[in-house]
Design a protein around this ligand. Sequence first.
Ligand SMILES: [Zn+2]
Length: 463
Amino acid sequence: MTDVNIALLEAKLDQIAPSSAIERLRRRVVEADDAQLFRMNPYTFAEEEGIAPQQAVEVFLRASMAGLLRPDWALVCRGCGEYAQTLQNLCELGGTFHCAACSMTRTTALDEHVEVGFTVHPEVRSIRFLEPAELPLDDYFFRYTFSPNIVVRGVGESLVDYLRERALVLVRLAPGEEHAVETDVGVGWIVGSPRAMITVAGEPTPDRERRTVEVGFDGTQFLPRPTIVPGPVRLVVRNASDAVQPVLLYHTPIVTYFDYRPFLSGQGLLNTEEFRRHLGTEVVRPGTGIPTRDNTLLFTDLRGSTALYDRVGDALAFELVSAHLEALARVITRHAGVVVKTIGDAVMASFSRPVDAARAALAMAAAIHSSDRAEALILKIGIHRGPCLVVNVRDHVDYFGQTVNIAARVQNAAGGKQICMTAAVFEDLEVKNVFAGLGEVSSEQLSLRGVGEPWRVYRYTTP
Ligand SMILES: [Zn+2]
């Protein structure tokens, strides 16, 4: 039996425009196992329910605004795969985070470390994951502690399945308690959570005699960190701390490298119009810059807008320019981007993927230049991608850094009806495919004002 507050669920659903995706979410909240309602990945939901990923993100955000779901910002450590920290709000996010399992402080990157997951609101349905200390160990480690979105490179298996199959110790130890297992280990390492390191190397014991290895948890890690030879072993783990400690130790013959299943990153969320419009009050803490490794920025401007004001007068020019800004905003949203800000007649937009920015640029040109005012408004567009800082400017999410400066300079290099892109954008395979067959894309080395050495810029003139 699940513990669902049906009346509250229905009341919250009434606040959201009905759709088939909402109906699917409703069914899941009523029927699914607790695990399926904990840190839901909207992309996985989309795949399971046969809907578009962007639609799932929007539905989850609307459900969050109605108080049916609760978004979590979970910081995943790319060294060990554990969630180092879970936050309720963007403003709690700092420029660095600490992973206790790796005993390392890492620089937060919004696109790499921040996984946004959605959990059913406890008032609507109480799930067992709200009390991690009470969780069965399988849930605790394989659903709560480690990210389910990681695949072990070269093995093709999810990290949690990999750990589950190779677990040697899976136990909750009271203070002072010890636990022993007898096993036979090959070359590799015995590691786990909390931090532990037993190296298995060298020739196996000739007599196959079982040796005993003892390690103790001191409140942060298991010590010592011995090297043993392969063969039969009696492994004794002791909790020398004064708190109950769940322990997972596993044997791995390889050093694991990670690949990631599609997940909604912090960057992806900030590049979602639905988030900026409705949960945009969630901003970065003033004075904090959160890095994102690879963000695509697009700038537009109008050619000769001063002449336009002269020619048609302020009132009509204002009307034309406003309509053009609205048209551009619609195109940007449709291509999975957001308007960061408008600066006079110019727009700054942000995208998670360069291909979306490229498609948006072409659609902008088509929308503006094909209108009956085609001769009045001529767009100049520039696109660049790279690392930048996400910052708070007057309680709005904004972007800062050299990538932003270069994107603006590249826009300056564009003539009327032109799209200029840096090599980082145009040499992306998906972007190249978008322009394939559209006509000539020329390239040149350009000195961009205030940016040091010349940059390769690709230039396409729209019809
Ligand atoms: Zn770690």
